[in-house]
Design a protein around this ligand. Sequence first.
Ligand code: NMX
Ligand code: MLT
Length: 466
Amino acid sequence: MIYSQQHTLKNQNKSDRSLPFEDRIGAQLPAWRNRIKSLLDQYGSYSIGEVTVSKVYGGMRGVFALATEISHVDPSMGLLIRGYTIDELLELLPKTENTAYPLLGGLYYLLMVDEFPTLEDALSVEAMWRERQGIPGYVIDLLRTMPEAAHPMTLFSQAILAMQPSSVAAQAYHQGISRYEYWRPMLEDALNLTANLPMIAATIYNIKYRDGKIIEPDPTLDWSANFAHMIGKGSDGDYKELCRLFMTLHADQENGNASAHTSHLVGSTLSDLYLSCSAGLNALAGPLHGLASQETLRWLLAVQSRYGGLPSHEELEQFAIETLSEEKVIPGYGHGVLRRTDSRFTAQFRFAEHYLPEDSLFNLVKRVYEVMPGVLQNTGKINNPYPNVDAISATLQYYYGITQPEFCTVLFGTSRLLGLSAHAVWARALGLSIERPRSLTTSLVEKMVMPTIQERSSVSSMAYRE
Ligand code: NMX
Ligand code: MLT
């Protein structure tokens, strides 16, 4: 335990354990609202960063523009969920007997309630999910009508959008609920939606790659392992462990990454959770974001096919240089915030060393890790030449028979919606504002940075006129 030593498990008894799940969140809100209000009252006009011209044109990289209590990405420590590192989460989150990886019910409890879960808490979330299982038949019919060429991420986003008519929050809003109470029906939607994510993912998999038959969830299995069961892999104990690990690692990544930010933006208009989560998935489906897991696997398979096995270091370097010379990115490498190897990569690497040390694709992943940082460093422009979560995730899935590269992002999204839904509930609980930054034309930017003093002040006042 490194980071969270100061507060490890101390908040395990923060709220009254006899309170229902919703009230454990509700009990914390007055203090949170006061804390943020007094911060704004006293320090609202303090600057905590600078917006430069390169940041405006450079995807707002490095601009602190969002606040969330749920998670934070530290450039060297990596992801911290409620202050806990990936390794701490893997070690400390509750597990059931004979499993080495966490129950996702426990992680969702931590994301939502901000208290470190006991086994009982984790099991209570798993039980709430179990009670809410079931996707409407018309959603399955809709997925079946889609053409074979439809990407599984398109189906995933569509399925969630199609479930929107059942939004409890949308209905409550139309009946006139207070803005400050809106988080309660949002939480209801969050539980209903997240309960069904493994089933939605498995249904997509079964329609696209198996015989189309739907397998009902097994009530004796946990949320992650049920995905394995519903795609016909229920008897593969090691794959169920991988599902638990995968779902733990991909569940959240603060609020500024493209899918979280998209989902947050949509939710800030008071759109319901189905609308904002579907939008978030559309951002995750981009190759610079979650689709990189698919792209990595395709890249690794192309290397294998070129060299008929494990290439030498020199061959691999050559292949990478070719990819770069075609003005493509090396998928699975680089990051907008991290400046070290992603802790989520390392956790999956450890799993592979234990469960599939001889696998040829894993050995290629290893070799890429030896070669790629140097190659990328030599480009002279990359800020982080190390692997991210996607550099290995699809390789592990492939080993267990998920051989369709494009499906891996659906698994990423299945897990990530746990985080996005928790952010959405808390954003409404804290009454965060609708997002509405300003934009400028290049002429205005030029005038702002290259004018005489007199011109500059008139342009600034024009640009900032409300
Ligand atoms: N391969 C080739 N070039 C790269 C790579 C890479 N893996 N990563 C960054 N660069 C380039 C980048 O395109 C930019 O070039 P230019 O100035 O010509 O536009 C330059 O290096 C500086 O970029 P950075 O500031 O290091 O990275 P940035 O924050 O802009 O982008 C990523 C972050 C993740 C989008 C970028 O590293 C990338 O495209 N990686 C490959 C795709 C990938 O693995 N994405 C998954 C990220 C994790 N996830 O799951 O979402
Ligand atoms: C993520 O997990 O969302 C990725 O690492 C992307 C990011 O953080 O920018």
